[in-house]
Design a protein around this ligand. Sequence first.
Ligand code: 5GP
Ligand code: ZN
Length: 116
Amino acid sequence: MSATSDDCIFCTIVAGEIPAEVLGRSEHAIAIKDLHPQAPFHALVLPLDHHENAAASAAADPAVIGHLVALADTVARESGNADYRLIANTGATAGQSVFHTHFHVLGGSSRMSESL
Ligand code: 5GP
Ligand code: ZN
């Protein structure tokens, strides 16, 4: 696994080469607004280093998952959503479309996008 992948949209966002609405940053991760929100509050938290899914990031460095959860909690609370869902789709059949580790952070309604 490499730190970046040339054909990865999230690596491009991490590098600042295409715009994204950044909600927060830490040393190891960033939080952005999802381009196609599926809940009143819909953020994505992603590690700066490229791995294809959460399990691969955890295998490389288990602390990465803790960094993502902490940043997700921070941006959710800052937006007034102390209650939220964290979702990591893993594999295309499970709905993963971007193969750079990320958690969806969903809040702001009772349903919070059950379809994701
Ligand atoms: P997945 O389908 O892999 O679980 O989630 C990928 C998410 O990334 C989708 O919710 C999609 O809307 C979002 N997404 C895809 N491309 C971009 C982009 O260029 N910018 C932002 N902010 N979100 C994106
Ligand atoms: Zn990537």
